[in-house]
Every structure is written in C-alpha cells, then in structure tokens.
Design a protein around this ligand. Structure first.
Ligand code: FES
Length: 159
C-alpha cells in the first residue's frame, strides 16, 4: 500500500469529510445552486463555490492549483451544451478538461475532477451532482496531495 493509499484508508476510518472546490458559471450553474438554496434542498456542505462568468474561464492551472493546495476534488459546472451565454465557452471547456484529465491520470488525480452541466432551473440536479461528487470523493479518501502542514486543510501556506 502506497503512502497516499494508506492516507486514504486512514481518512475513511477517521470520518473523512472531503473538501471540494466548485467552479460554477454565473449564468446557469451558479443560478442552479442558488435555486437549490432558496428551495431549501439538502446537499452536503463540503463544497466551496467559486463563481466564474463562464465555465471556459476555468483554466487547467486553477484546477491543478486547487488540487495541490489541498482540495480533495474539483467540480466544474456550466451551462448545458448549446446554452452557453458566450456561445461556445462550454464546448471549449469540455475539450480543455478532457486534455487535462489525461495529464492528471499520471498523478492519480483524474478521478478527482468532474465537469458537468447544470442549468439555472436545475436546483434539484445541482444538489444531486454535489451529493454524488461528495460520495465519490469520500470513497476515494483524502487527496494524496493534501498533506499535513500544507494547504487549506491544515491552515498552512502551501510551498
Ligand atoms: S456561460 Fe455558462 S458555461 Fe458559458
């Protein structure tokens, strides 16, 4: 068992609570999250939301930085294909994330990132996406890059 796997197994035993960074596009997914909130839908509080104007504003460097700084998972959510307010931003993001996923595979992190679509009227879907993501990351355990003394988990400043 590698150090990361041992840490993951330990995290599951210790009631591990995943920390997920969620990049949500302003026009659809953020509004969907807002609808989930005003509808009082229940979903796990493990997500820290960052509002971006379009999913295409999420650069691979943002995802990598979040994962290296202690996030156990990263969720990117935008408008459904064909609905992007900037016409084809979400198509661009889909291509970019597919390429990033291949690179993250080398570090064992590909499974910790997800791209999905949530519209402004899909509060229920947003709650389900977050619930599924939290359960998925919980089953993986803590990120191997989430080390004690570095990143937001320990309250320290990453090197
Ligand atoms: S504006 Fe929502 S994905 Fe582009």
């Amino acid at each position: 068992m590698s150090g990361g796997e041992a840490e993951a197994a330990e995290g599951k035993r210790d009631g591990f609570e995943p920390r997920i960074v969620g990049f949500l596009c302003n026009w659809c997914s953020y509004a969907g999250a807002d609808l989930a909130g005003v509808s009082r839908l229940q979903y796990p509080p493990n997500i820290r939301i960052i509002r971006v104007m379009c999913s295409s504003r999420v650069d691979p460097a943002h995802v990598i930085r979040a994962l290296l700084d202690g996030a156990d998972g990263v969720l990117i959510a935008g408008c459904h294909p064909g609905d992007c307010h900037y016409i084809e931003g979400n198509y661009r993001e889909r291509r970019r994330i597919a390429a990033l996923k291949k690179q993250l595979e080398a570090f064992g992190l590909a499974d910790r990132m997800r791209l999905t679509w949530v519209s402004a009227s899909e509060g229920q879907r947003f709650a389900k996406v977050v619930t599924d993501m939290v359960e998925h990351i919980r089953s993986l355990g803590p990120s191997p890059y989430s080390k004690k003394g570095a990143g937001p988990r320990a309250g320290g400043v990453p090197e």
